[in-house]
Structures are given as structure tokens and as C-alpha cells.
Design a protein around this ligand. Structure first.
Ligand code: ATP
Length: 245
């Protein structure tokens, strides 16, 4: 028997005006898996995530199929996708700089509060367990955090909403290698909690290390795919994406 993928994308194309940024992309994420999409700058990685989430810039136009838990969500507005458990942590972390760490986290549970869930703050403890640094800094304004801490806060805030599918746009961007290691270690630990993760990364080495499956996106097309460990041993991947890292 095969389990139904939590996410299944087929024939997804996106254009910005005359420019096609994504061409016929197809990918799957099974429940509880970490799947990464690696590829160079401008390959269309953010476009892919935004199209899956329904959050393309107004200039963007998507066609193709996005099925979430077996249902087509192409026409479903973003708030409803969030309510169903899809969550995107964008490349620009979009935190509230003047608000405290804790208040940013509480905002992440807003949807659950509005939905009338009485235990909407029940993830605060687990998120602080996952990110002890956020706990230490919970009264500190988000805008005064380091880059790595801000990324932790963005992921922590997403987890407050108890997503089933967490989509992360370049969590390693602009971070020092040790912090990247720390954050990826935490993402890997999330697997145990049952959330599925779709990870978009330029840091192919770090991404493939924690992933079950991977895709390589090159100029708008998914050029290669495979189990992450196999992909990491593929000579073309090594030469192009792992050689210098
Ligand atoms: P990066 O890692 O640099 O963010 P990426 O792989 O995420 O790159 P995208 O941001 O998805 O790539 O961009 C893919 C292509 O689409 C690029 O050529 C980019 O210039 C173009 N593009 C992205 N957003 C828009 C937009 N709003 N309007 C027009 N073109 C866009």
C-alpha cells in the first residue's frame, strides 16, 4: 500500500509577464518526510514555494495542480490553506521587530485562537524546548535578535500554528555555518513530531543531509530527483552543488 502524499504538485508552471520562472514542476511530499529542493540563485525555488502556498506576487500567474492531502487547493485562498495546516516561512522572515519574541510566537497561534481552540498556546512549551535560545530571550524585541535567532523565531512562530506541512524558504540564508548546523539539526528533530517539511535551499549539503528525498531545480525545471543520500552521491550534484560547499 502507498500512503497518500501530503503534498502532490504536477505540471506547475509560473510566469511573470512573459518570463516563465517555473516550467511543469512535479513533486511529492509524504507525511512526516523532509523533502528538499536545491538549486542555484534564480532557479525558481521561491516561486515554486509561493505557488504551492498560493502566495505569488501579483505579477505572477500559476497553472498546474497542487494537491494537499488529496485535495486540489489551486483555487483555495491562502488563509484557508493556512487553516488546513499549510504554512510557509518566507525568505524574508517577516517578524514584528518591536514586539517581543514571546509575542511573535503568540501571534503564530492566532489562527488557532480564532478557530476557537482553547489550547492554542500549547505549542509554546514545545517550541521553547526546541529553541532554548528563544526561551532565554523571550522578553527581548525580535528586531534585536541575531540572524540565526530570527530564523529560529520564524520557524518557531510557524510551529505555533501546528502545521502539517511546513515550507521553509532558504532557512540558511545569510547565516554562519555553525548556526546553519544548529537550525538544520532542529529541522531534522521536527520529523519526530509528525510535521512534513518542504525545504528550499541553496545550501545543498546541509539540506540533503537531513532530507529523505531531494529535487534539483535548474532554470525553472526540476532536472534531477532521488532519495537524498543517492542525490548527494550523484557526480553531477557533487560537481555542481556540493563541490565547494
Ligand atoms: P533566489 O535563491 O535568488 O531567491 P530562486 O531560485 O528562489 O532564487 P525565484 O525568486 O523564484 O528564484 O525567481 C525565479 C525567476 O523569476 C528569476 O529569474 C526572477 O528574476 C523571476 N522573478 C521572481 N519574482 C518575480 C516577479 N515578482 N516579477 C518578475 N519576475 C520575477
Amino acid at each position: 500500500t502507498t500512503t497518500m502524499p501530503i503534498l502532490e504538485v504536477t505540471g506547475l508552471s509560473v510566469r511573470y509577464g512573459k518570463v516563465e520562472a517555473l516550467h511543469g514542476a512535479a513533486l511529492k511530499v509524504a507525511p512526516g518526510q523532509i523533502v528538499s529542493v536545491i538549486g542555484p540563485n534564480g532557479a525558481g525555488k521561491s516561486t515554486l514555494l509561493n505557488a504551492v502556498m498560493g502566495a505569488l506576487p501579483v505579477t505572477g500567474h500559476a497553472k498546474g495542480s497542487v494537491r494537499y492531502r488529496g485535495e486540489e487547493v489551486g483555487a483555495v485562498p491562502i488563509e484557508k490553506r493556512v487553516a488546513r495546516g499549510m504554512c510557509l516561512v518566507p525568505e524574508k522572515r517577516e517578524l514584528f521587530a518591536t514586539m517581543s519574541v514571546e509575542d511573535n510566537l503568540v501571534l503564530g497561534a492566532y489562527r488557532r485562537k480564532r478557530a476557537g481552540e482553547r489550547d492554542f498556546l500549547d505549542q509554546l512549551g514545545p517550541v521553547f524546548d526546541l529553541f532554548p535560545r528563544l526561551k532565554e530571550r523571550r522578553k527581548q524585541a525580535a528586531g534585536t535578535l541575531s540572524g540565526g535567532e530570527r530564523q529560529m523565531l520564524a520557524v518557531g512562530r510557524a510551529l505555533m500554528g501546528k502545521p502539517d506541512l511546513l515550507m521553509l524558504d532558504e532557512p540558511s540564508l545569510g547565516l554562519a555555518p555553525l548556526i546553519v548546523k544548529e537550525i538544520f539539526h532542529i529541522i531534522a528533530r521536527l520529523k519526530g513530531t509528525g510535521v512534513a517539511t518542504l525545504l528550499i535551499e541553496q545550501n545543498a549539503r546541509a539540506a540533503l543531509q537531513i532530507s529523505d528525498y531531494g529535487y534539483v531545480l535548474e532554470t525553472g525545471e526540476l532536472a534531477l530527483e532521488g532519495p537524498a543520500d543517492e542525490l548527494a552521491r550523484n557526480p553531477r550534484v557533487i560537481e555542481t552543488y556540493l563541490g565547494l560547499a
